[in-house]
Structure formats: structure tokens, C-alpha cells
Design a protein. Structure first.
Length: 247
């Protein structure tokens, strides 16, 4: 599967609270702030995170990182693309990143409309992956924003590519949340403390009074979209009726 996660920050809170908290964590454990928090390296205890092989230290580090995530006010929008279901629907050649991008940008527009900010330029920062991949993604991004979206609206979003070495806190938080979201989809019955924390971050129906619920198909989407055939039949994917990249 493929998971795309957007972390939406209020700029003042991001600059005054979130960045300092992450920087302090890095200074406490590494002595400097040039380390990039990368989920794969943290989980596998590689590179700068080899010290996490010591269980007590790992537990302490993860507890502090979770505390920062919990205290950080951001809105989460994520899309899980089930590649097996996409293949069965006859769209095996579709780019999962592009599919998820269209879905997430539409959810982002909905969030900004709720805040009365949908006519104001919003910067969307993405991590560089390679010259060819970045060019293709930018083309898809511009196409969606130019009106190839469900409402045929012009979206005032601007894409900014950032290399991992730029060490942006927001991109690191987005990297950390993707795996728990994916694991929850693969193994929904398995204990997932990280996802339980993230439930309160998802864009949801009902605003702040409904935090932690009502986020399915609002702030957390699964593609292909699913529907129940009848009370006695299992849920199955809905075959797309148009270009999935513009769904």
C-alpha cells in the first residue's frame, strides 16, 4: 500500500512551539540539531539512531517523541491507497502518489473552507524524491489545482519541494505519522498506540467537539473507495468510473 499524509500547521504555533520542542529533543539526545527524524531509521535503529538498541533508552526516547506529537497542534489528513485493490479495479498503472495527492488536496480544500481560508494561498511542502519524480508530481499538482478536481475549482495551493537535508520539522512529523496509519489499515485489530494518538489529530466532522471520531472519509480516506453491498456481504472496493488521479 501507499500512504500520503499531510500535516497542517498554524504557522505561529509551528514556529513558536513545535520547532523548539523538536530541536530540544535533538539537542538532548544528539548534542546537535542536524539529525533528521526518519521513521525507518528510528524503527530499525540505524545510523544516528543505533543507540536506540538499548531498550530503556529507546522507551524513553519514544515516550518523549510521542509527548511532542501529542502536544503539537496540527491537523492530519491522510490517504491510504490499497495497491492490490487498485490493480483489481483495472488501474494497475495508476500512480498511487498522484491518486492520494488529488484526494488529500480536496480534503485540504475542505478544511481551509471550514476555516474561511480557501481563497488564501497555502504552501504545500513535499519531500524531494528525484528529478523525474518531482517533475511528474509538480505537473500533477498543477493540473489538480487548475481545476481537474471534483468541484472543478481553481485551488490556491503552491507546491514547494524540499530536500530531506533541509531538515524541516513539518516534513519529519509527516514522515512519522504515515506508518501508523498504514498499519492500522493492514491490521485494524492490532494494538497501535501511535494511531490512537493520531486519531485526535485527524480532520473530522463536527470540529473540535468531535475530535477522535468522525474522521473516516473526512480526514482519513482509503482508495479505492469502499461500500457495503448488504448487511450479510463483506465490504469491497468500488471500481472508479473516471480517471482515479482526478478523483
Amino acid at each position: 500500500m501507499f500512504v500520503l499524509a499531510l500535516c497542517i500547521f498554524h504557522k505561529r504555533h509551528y514556529a513558536e512551539k513545535i520547532i523548539p520542542a523538536v530541536e530540544k529533543l535533538k539537542f538532548n539526545y544528539f548534542g546537535h540539531d542536524s539529525v533528521v527524524l526518519h521513521e525507518n531509521e528510528i524503527r530499525k535503529q540505524k545510523g544516528d539512531f543505533a543507540f536506540l538498541s538499548h531498550r530503556p533508552t529507546r522507551d524513553e526516547f519514544m515516550a518523549r517523541l510521542s509527548s511532542i506529537m501529542d502536544a503539537s497542534n496540527f491537523i492530519l489528513i491522510a490517504c491510504v491507497v490499497d495497491k492490490a485493490r487498485v490493480s483489481k479495479s483495472g488501474n494497475a498503472d495508476s500512480n498511487p502518489y498522484h491518486i492520494a495527492l488529488g484526494i488529500c488536496l480536496e480534503a485540504l480544500r475542505g478544511f481551509l473552507a471550514e476555516k474561511g481560508q480557501d481563497q488564501v494561498k497555502t504552501h504545500v511542502l513535499v519531500e524531494c524524491r528525484g528529478k523525474k519524480e518531482d517533475a511528474e508530481l509538480e505537473l500533477e499538482f498543477r493540473r489538480i489545482c487548475d481545476g481537474d478536481n471534483p468541484g472543478n475549482r481553481n485551488l490556491p495551493f503552491d507546491i514547494v519541494f524540499a530536500d530531506k537535508k533541509t531538515n524541516l520539522t513539518g516534513l519529519q512529523l509527516a514522515d512519522l505519522v504515515a506508518r501508523p496509519v498504514g498499519l492500522n489499515y493492514i491490521r485494524p485489530a492490532q494494538a497501535n498506540q501511535a494511531f490512537e494518538l493520531l486519531k485526535r489529530k485527524f480532520f473530522c466532522d463536527g470540529g473540535r467537539t468531535s475530535v477522535g471520531s468522525g474522521y473516516e472519509n473526512v480526514g482519513l480516506m482509503v482508495y479505492p473507495f469502499q461500500k457495503a453491498k448488504s448487511p450479510d456481504e463483506p465490504t469491497e472496493a468500488v471500481a472508479p468510473t473516471r480517471n482515479p488521479q482526478s478523483t
